[in-house]
Each structure stands twice: as structure tokens, then as C-alpha cells.
Design a protein around this ligand. Structure first.
Ligand code: XIL
Length: 401
């Protein structure tokens, strides 16, 4: 394929921006209308005072989401909640579901081959119980963030038992306490070149493709009522890479269903970039329809909007562009009846895994920090917050199954 027919992700996003005429790289006030007019749009025309009063209770994200049959939440750690009262307040006010950003992954969970570290996960569940917030588990089986001892301990002979023991113990420990588990995370990687599109990761190398069904069946035995999710990224846009990956994920889920592997939901991570445009939506829409027709739910599991495509370094411009992308993306997701959960990967811009990933195309140092989340680093709601709320409202009329 030529570069023209197979653009890089960056070129693809730029082309989409130009084609949509909405946000040229180097977003300008002239193209966007005034910043104030745009902000007013996202804030529903409310003034600053009533706006601030209006974001909790009936004005909260969770109230707007629940009115449309959705849970909404964020990735966070109990440690941050315990030490940062501002973040704790946002979480209690806004969210109906939480997920541990790192502490329930195999690496943090397994300091040694014989020990399990449940404290951080237990603390998050306790926080959820205290505030009526659900918790989802992330994750039981992944190629990344494995324990330091993994490579020297895991062999083809013991990997089956290692995976089963891990899932039995961890899912068993949290039995009845979680809304869902990401059982397998990111098992598809087209560039690894396998015909089935599966990632040539550690679990596949040790166990072959059956590690996926083994993980799901073991999770189901350990916790019969928790929703079991396959979670992946890079399946959101109509970039040729995403189109291929989406097809491989769909085939994986189809095969699982055909083999009676217990799976209840597909997680679409939704780490997208500002400039995502509705021209990117058709493939995703179709993918979600097919997932729904197999009887599965859809979760947006890790949403954030990377602003590295926006040339302006003015926070107001960046926030508008990020909010526009939240709105367009979530409006599309809201049309899908199987959508049940919308989670952002972090609460405020002060704690985002994207920190430090700003603008690889720019040499200027230091570059301004990323602004990918609905609350800013001073814990204030941003345009993206209002965009999320408005998107939830747009779900009116969608018939839930
Ligand atoms: C990220 C965390 O946010 C970081 O703190 C950590 O250093 C690396 O992992 N997809 C996933 C998440 O499924 O687990 C990742 O979380 C982000 C990408």
C-alpha cells in the first residue's frame, strides 16, 4: 500500500480534521467561532455561577448517565482518593463506577510467585461500598505489566496452572464485589502478522491462542455473576489499521461465542485524539451492532482525548478541541443501545497517563501538559465535562434491551 492509501494515524487524523472542516491543525478562533460562543454551547448557555452550582446532584455526570441507563466513572486508585480530597469529592459527586488504574493488574497484584497483594483493590472496593459506587476489575490477563518474576518463572509446562491459579485466586477474592472484569486485555495486534490477528505476546507464546478461552472459563467459575469483558484499543476510527483490528476482534468474539466461551461485554478503550470526527464513525457503528447482535454489552472503558494534534498551545483552544471530540465520539456511542458504561482513564488532568506524551511533532520545550480529561489540574470541570453531560442527554429515545 502507498502512504496515500494507508496513511499513518497522524496523517489520518489530520486528513479527517481537514475533511470535516471543523478543526484544522492549528485550530483558529475564526474557524471555531469565538471561544466564548463555543464554551457557551457546551455549557448549555448557563452563566459561571449557576454552572458551578449545577454540576453536582441532578447536574452530575452520574445523574445524566443514569437517566439514560448508563454507568459512568473513571480510573483511579484508592491511594489517590485517600490523599487528595478534591479528587475524592469529584469522584463521590460524579461517578457511579470506578476501576483501578494499575493496582489490580498482575504485576502489582503478584509481588512474588506465591503472594497476592489485595490491599489496593480491597480499598477501592471498600470506597465504592461506602459511597454506593460500583467497581470493575482491570485486568486478569494481559501481555503488559506482568510481574518482574514472570519471565524467569513461567514456562510452557507451568503457564496453564499459573494463569488458572492467578484468575481463580484474584477473581475468587473479589467474587460478588465487582460489576465486571476485563478478563483478557489487548490480545489482538495485527502487526504481529498472525492470520488470526492475535498478539504474539507472552501468554500466546506459552499457551497458544487457547489462553483466551481458558482465562474466560476460569473467571466464570471463580465469579459466576460478574460480567466478563474482552477489552482492546485501536478499534475506534476508520483508519485502515483500526479497520483491520476491529475485524480481528470481531472474529475473536464470534469464535468465543461459537465455542460457548463465557463473555458478556466488549470494552472499547477509546484512547482517542482530538480531531476524531464523525466521518470516522461508520465502522465503529457497524462493529457495535454486530457485538450487540451476539447478545453482548459494550463498555467505553478508558476514554481520554489526547490533544497532541492541536497546534495551539492556548488551554482554551485545546479544551474546546478536546470537548468537541468528546461530544462527537460520545454522541455516536450514545446511539448504540448495547452501550452500558462510559469510563474515562483518570479523573483530572493532574493525573493522566498521557502526561509527558505531548506533541511528538513539536520541538519546543517544555511543552504544555496534556488536557485529556473532563476536569483540569485544578479540579475544575472543563468543556469536556459539559460535552460528556450533553452527550449523555442525547441518548434520549434509544431503546435499551
Ligand atoms: C496505563 C496506566 O494508566 C499507567 O499508569 C501505567 O503506567 C501503564 O498502564 N491500556 C490499558 C491500561 O488497558 O491498563 C493502561 O494503563 C493504558 C492503556
Amino acid at each position: 500500500m502507498t502512504r496515500t492509501s494507508n496513511p499513518t494515524r497522524r496523517e489520518f487524523i489530520s486528513n479527517g480534521l481537514a475533511a470535516s472542516g471543523a478543526l484544522a491543525l492549528g485550530v483558529s478562533a475564526a474557524e471555531l467561532g469565538t471561544a466564548h460562543a463555543q464554551r457557551t454551547r457546551f455549557r448549555g448557555g448557563l452563566d459561571q455561577g449557576s454552572e458551578r452550582r449545577g454540576i453536582t446532584g441532578p447536574g452530575s455526570l452520574k445523574a445524566h448517565a443514569s437517566a439514560r441507563g448508563l454507568l459512568t466513572g473513571a480510573a483511579v486508585e484508592a491511594q489517590l482518593l485517600a490523599t487528595n480530597p478534591s479528587v475524592e469529592k469529584i469522584v463521590v459527586d460524579q461517578y457511579s463506577i470506578l476501576v483501578a488504574e494499575n493496582s489490580m493488574k498482575m504485576g502489582p497484584m503478584r509481588p512474588t510467585p506465591d503472594t497476592f497483594s489485595f490491599e489496593a483493590g480491597d480499598a477501592l472496593v471498600a470506597f465504592g461500598d461506602a459511597h454506593g459506587i460500583k467497581v470493575r476489575g482491570h485486568n486478569l490477563c494481559w501481555h503488559s505489566q506482568l510481574p518482574a518474576w514472570f519471565n524467569s518463572v513461567a514456562t510452557k509446562d507451568n503457564a496453564h496452572q499459573l494463569l488458572v491459579d492467578h484468575i481463580r485466586t484474584v477473581a475468587g477474592h473479589f467474587k460478588g464485589k465487582l460489576q465486571s472484569w476485563d478478563v483478557v486485555n489487548e490480545a489482538v495486534q495485527i502487526s504481529d502478522g498472525r492470520p488470526d490477528g492475535l498478539r504474539n505476546g507472552p501468554w500466546l507464546k506459552l499457551l497458544g491462542p487457547d489462553f483466551i478461552s481458558l482465562a474466560f472459563r476460569t473467571a466464570r467459575e471463580a465469579d459466576p455473576n460478574v460480567l466478563l469483558t474482552y477489552n482492546d484499543y485501536g478499534i475506534e476510527t476508520d483508519h485502515p489499521d483500526d479497520v483491520k483490528k476491529r475485524a480481528a476482534v470481531l472474529q475473536l468474539v464470534r469464535d468465543m461465542k461459537a465455542n460457548n466461551v463465557p463473555i458478556d461485554a466488549v470494552g472499547i478503550q477509546s484512547h482517542i485524539h482530538a480531531g476524531w470526527s464523525t466521518s470516522d464513525g461508520n465502522g465503529l457503528r457497524e462493529f457495535m451492532r454486530r457485538i450487540r447482535e451476539m447478545g453482548l454489552k459494550i463498555f467505553v472503558t478508558e476514554m481520554d482525548v489526547n490533544d497532541d494534534q492541536i497546534k495551539s498551545e492556548d488551554p482554551a483552544d485545546i479544551d474546546l478541541a478536546v470537548a468537541k471530540t468528546y461530544r462527537e465520539y460520545l454522541d455516536l456511542m450514545m446511539q448504540e443501545p448495547a452501550l452500558a458504561v462510559v469510563i474515562t482513564w483518570g479523573v483530572t488532568d493532574a493525573h493522566t497517563w498521557l502526561a509527558g506524551r505531548r506533541r511528538p511533532n513539536q520541538t519546543q520545550q517544555p511543552t504544555p501538559p496534556q488536557r485529556p480529561l473532563p476536569f483540569d489540574a485544578q479540579n475544575q470541570p472543563k468543556e469536556a465535562f459539559y460535552a460528556m453531560r450533553q452527550s449523555f442527554d442525547s441518548r434520549s429515545g434509544v431503546t435499551l434491551r
